[in-house]
Design a protein around this ligand. Structure first.
Ligand code: CS2
Length: 461
């Protein structure tokens, strides 16, 4: 039997349930990007906030193109379980904050109407780095921002809000971008200026784009996970997600209207989001990407295996402690050394089975904020960053595309750079003065030589 509002009474008693009645209409959150991450993070904080305050909020999910998540969640009335996997076992909980999922490409008017609805106060996003349709320099690429980009739905819905005299909304980017709120505001402004200039002023005067830092490791659920889970649950949950105990959400308190009391689930509201965010991107995500590209080349499949490979573990420690942490200003009370200790422990969790290939996706969208900004910082301090350069060389070999399937919006272009077989041409096309990533980092001649040496001959570690 499939999980749904009706069948939920058959769930095993050990499973925690929403502490509120789900059938009351409430305030609305419209969330773009219904992947496992949102279901294991923001939707859980929202569930906690509703249970703690009785203030009802409901999330309407939007998938931009793929109907897969809607087909998992709608037949289940939006219900799904989160399983927390630690080394001591698993704990499960049923989440009630999600109401339904729209597929934007098939239900455009419904998505635009949801943006414009007076019940909607927050529109949030986990559309991944590439969902923002940026060019390599970080500006909006209008050719990519087509009819099924998030910008189009925002523009059409916000225009209706303006015409109806409705209040603005909070646009909350929850993606791993440096200065995610600021970037969303700038990109949407570029889009409006190009396609609906009369709306730009209203957007600036009525909407806000707070900065956020979100952290929880959520591997994609596999078919085997779902099968095994059905046995322990007593019902089949096609939308189940599996995650770790750790969770963190740091948010800038700059909302255009009401918001859930996410503090009830442990969210921190602070002015120092940027410090947390930069530390997370350069340490956690920077380490993750290094584990992915170097770990795959060393024959590993999962993060816990790669971090148990001692020479690789030491490289990742040096990357976090000596290269990333020294480029950061900690938030008040934040201890970056302890942060690195905790990350190593989280990476070592064997129950998570987090695939390196999942992290390897979309490298061209990830490396600027994970590695290149650290390299640029230390170009000014004079510190050599051998660990990041080793990881960067592994990525350059990876995008050649001859050993793994490269899942990246620039995959063809990156593989094309390799057509001459000459690594120095590839490095110059990426990190030379005219290179693709020149706005983030241009390799000095010493770093260029190191990179070329590491590409030709991966260091033994
Ligand atoms: C990972 C992140 O796939 C990736 O690129 O580095 O999804 C990471 O697991 C999360 O940011 C953890 O909060």
């Amino acid at each position: 039997m499939r999980l749904s509002s009706q069948s939920a009474i058959h769930l095993a008693d050990s499973i925690e349930r929403p502490g509120y009645a789900r059938d009351t209409p409430g305030h609305g959150i419209l969330h773009f990007g219904m992947g496992a991450f949102h279901r294991a993070h923001q939707a859980v904080y929202t569930d906690d906030a509703i249970a703690a305050t009785g203030d009802i909020w409901g999330i309407t999910g939007v998938s931009l193109r793929s109907p897969a998540v809607a087909a998992q969640l709608n037949p289940q009335d939006g219900l799904y379980t989160v399983s927390i996997r630690s080394s001591t076992g698993a704990r499960q909980r049923l989440i009630g904050s999600l109401r339904s999922v729209l597929v934007a490409s098939q239900a455009t008017p419904a998505v635009v109407a949801a943006v414009a609805s007076p019940q909607t106060h927050i529109i949030s996003f986990t559309v991944s780095e590439k969902g923002y349709c940026r060019d390599a320099g970080g500006s909006l690429d209008l050719a990519l921002a087509g009819v099924h980009s998030l910008y189009r739905y925002l523009r059409d819905g916000l225009a209706l809000r303006q015409q109806a005299g409705l209040p603005g909304v909070t646009l909350l980017s929850c993606d791993n971008l440096a200065g995610n709120g600021r970037q969303l505001a700038a990109l949407l402004t570029q889009y409006l200026e190009a396609t609906a200039p009369a709306l730009t002023r209203w957007f600036h005067d009525h909407c806000t784009c707070p900065a956020t830092m979100l952290d929880r490791i959520v591997p994609a659920s596999s078919a085997a996970d779902l099968d095994q889970h059905a046995t322990s649950l007593g019902l089949r949950d096609e939308a189940a997600v599996f995650t770790e105990e750790f969770t963190q959400w740091v948010i800038e308190d700059r909302f255009a209207g009401p918001r859930p009391q996410w503090e009830a689930g442990g969210a921190q509201f602070t002015r120092h989001v940027q410090a947390y965010e930069t530390a997370k991107l350069r340490m956690l995500n920077g380490a993750h990407s290094a584990l992915a590209y170097i770990g795959l080349a060393r024959g590993h499949e999962f993060v816990h295996e790669a971090v148990a490979d001692l020479p690789l573990r030491s490289l990742v420690e040096r990357l976090m402690r000596e290269e990333a942490a020294t480029s950061l200003t900690a938030a008040p009370g934040q201890d970056l050394g302890r942060h690195a200790d905790a990350l190593l422990q989280r990476f070592a969790n064997p129950a998570l089975r987090h695939r390196l290939l999942q992290i390897s996706m979309d490298g061209s969208q990830k490396i600027p904020q994970r590695w290149l900004e650290t390299l640029a910082f230390h170009q000014r301090t004079g510190r050599a960053c051998a660990s990041i350069l080793t990881a960067l060389a592994a990525w350059i070999r990876f995008v050649r595309g001859d050993r793994w399937q490269v899942d990246d919006p620039r995959a063809a272009e990156l593989a094309g750079l390799w057509s001459s077989g000459d690594a120095s041409q590839v490095v110059d096309a990426l990190f030379g003065p005219q290179g693709l990533f020149r706005n983030s980092w241009v390799a000095s001649s010493a770093d260029r030589a190191t990179l070329l040496a590491f590409i030709g001959n991966p260091p033994a570690l």
